[in-house]
Design a protein around this ligand. Structure first.
Ligand code: SF4
Length: 100
């Protein structure tokens, strides 16, 4: 009986774990994605291509962009330009607009 109870608990634990693993987070924007490349998106603003995008200025990053949808302190968040995906809070792209 003890073994059966253990088996039942193991099954419940496994099922619960499967549920957590199955709940996928939103995909991260890939820098190599055609839209990301067109906008010059980078995961780290320090790698912004300043020759191609001279309007970049130090301090600009997704977390202080008006199109960023993440909360303060989040490592990643949504962006109005990349529906269904997440950008890095420290990222940047040429559509950056100062958050009001
Ligand atoms: Fe980041 Fe703003 Fe560009 Fe979206 S629009 S990727 S939040 S800099």
């Amino acid at each position: 009986m003890t073994l059966s109870r253990r088996s039942l608990l193991m099954t419940a634990a496994t099922t619960g774990l499967g549920f957590v693993v199955g709940a996928q987070a939103q995909a991260k924007v890939d820098e190599k994605d055609p839209q990301a490349m067109a906008l010059g998106y980078v995961d780290d603003a320090s790698r912004a291509d300043v020759k191609k995008f001279p309007k970049f200025a130090a301090g600009q990053m997704c977390s202080n962009c008006s199109l960023y949808q993440g909360k303060a302190g989040d490592a990643m968040g949504g962006c109005a330009l990349f529906a269904g995906k997440q950008v890095s809070a420290k990222g940047w792209c040429s559509a950056w607009t100062k958050r009001a």
